[in-house]
Design a binder for this molecule. Structure first.
Ligand code: AQP
Length: 326
């Protein structure tokens, strides 16, 4: 059975973008793949975090995975920081990655171009991400479009290692959703909806009260044409709303466009807001049942045990090939 693997870093509360870009894909694939879904908590500390909040968010992430329909019987769910082999392999890969290729990563360039004081970890995290993926020989990595470049780096690193030391790693492929590869900020629809956005009105959190989420949709920035059309370049705000509707209702965007063609922007927003609120209500009901139960610990214990064994074997093979043994 082919393997899928992805993770959502607990650097903030999970958003509608996290759901549509990553979790939903994992849910759709879970029947047919051996699925690995982890909490990349080591990635979260590439930017400053409050320890108490981080601890809470790690648990919330797992609670939300399950509440969004991730089946623990079909998925291996684990915390990156509980498995020491991720960071070990990452070091080996860092030593086989060139400064030039790491410097080309656009997320790093974006952060540094704003003149922010960034950590070395933010520069090297795509290499840790490569380790996360190839440690388990994942075939497919469901990600939003913004992470495609990092999966390509993982492919390059794995290919180089295989060429130099013999076949060791599977070469992973990114899986980008057809619709919803990039959900945009509701207040700045040319920017990605992000957990760490400055303007909370632009981001829908999966744990937002449904009424709050509705208000955010109703005040989404659009344009002055009053013409409902899917055109991400010229009408990013409207196109974003159509994309959200299309993903959540699982209806192709062309049909969604047709459905709304005679609507004005107010009534379009109202219908999108309803769908978002219904989605959040369903997720939050399940989340409340899960978050205070023992299921999270049970799932994580099983995940840690399984992945530690697999990762240990892979790292041993790597160490053997590069000469790190007595
Ligand atoms: N807005 C989005 N649209 C589509 N996909 C998205 N993803 C995140 N936001 C959107 C996808 O979710 C996966 C996990 O991403 P992540 O949470 O680990 O990191 P990120 O992409 O850096 O997410 P944020 O919200 O922007 O985090 P911050 O603000 O902390 O940097 C990835 O597959 C991502 O593509």
């Amino acid at each position: 059975m082919k393997k899928t693997l992805t993770g959502l870093k607990p650097s903030g509360e999970l958003t509608l973008g996290s759901l549509i870009g990553a979790i939903k894909q994992m849910k759709d694939y879970q029947e047919d793949y051996d699925s690995y879904l982890f909490v990349p908590d080591l990635h979260a500390i590439t930017v400053p975090q409050d320890p108490k909040e981080l601890k809470e968010r790690i648990r919330k992430n797992v609670g939300l995975y399950l509440a969004c329909g991730i089946d623990p019987k079909r998925n291996t769910i684990y915390l990156q920081s509980e498995n020491l082999y991720h960071a070990n392999l990452s070091w080996v890969l860092e030593c086989t990655t060139y400064m030039g290729e790491a410097s080309r990563m656009t997320q790093y360039k974006d952060k540094t171009s704003k003149g922010e004081n960034v950590s070395v970890g933010l520069f090297t995290y795509p290499i840790l991400m490569a380790a996360d993926i190839i440690l388990y020989d994942a075939d497919y990595v469901p990600v939003g479009i913004d992470q495609k470049q990092h999966v390509e780096l993982a492919r390059d690193i794995a290919t180089r290692f295989n060429n130099k030391y013999g076949n060791t790693f599977k070469i992973p492929e990114p899986l980008i959703p057809k619709t919803g590869a990039k959900i945009m900020d509701l207040q700045a629809p040319t920017k990605k909806m992000s957990k760490s956005a400055d303007n909370y009105k632009g981001t829908i959190l999966l744990l937002d009260p449904p009424e709050t989420a509705k208000k955010k949709i109703m005040s989404a920035v659009t344009d002055s044409d009053n013409l409902v059309k899917y055109d991400p370049i010229n009408k990013p705000g409207i196109s974003n709303l159509l994309t959200i509707y299309s993903s959540l209702k699982e209806i192709p965007i062309t049909e969604v466009e047709k459905h709304f063609q005679d609507y004005n922007y107010g009534s379009l927003k109202k219908e999108v807001a309803e769908v978002v609120a219904t989605t959040l209500t369903t997720i939050q009901k399940k989340y409340q049942e899960i978050i205070n139960s023992n299921i999270i610990n049970e799932v994580l214990d099983a995940g840690r045990e399984k992945t530690t064994k697999l990762a240990e074997a892979k790292l041993k093979e790597v160490y053997h090939k590069i000469g790190l043994e007595r």
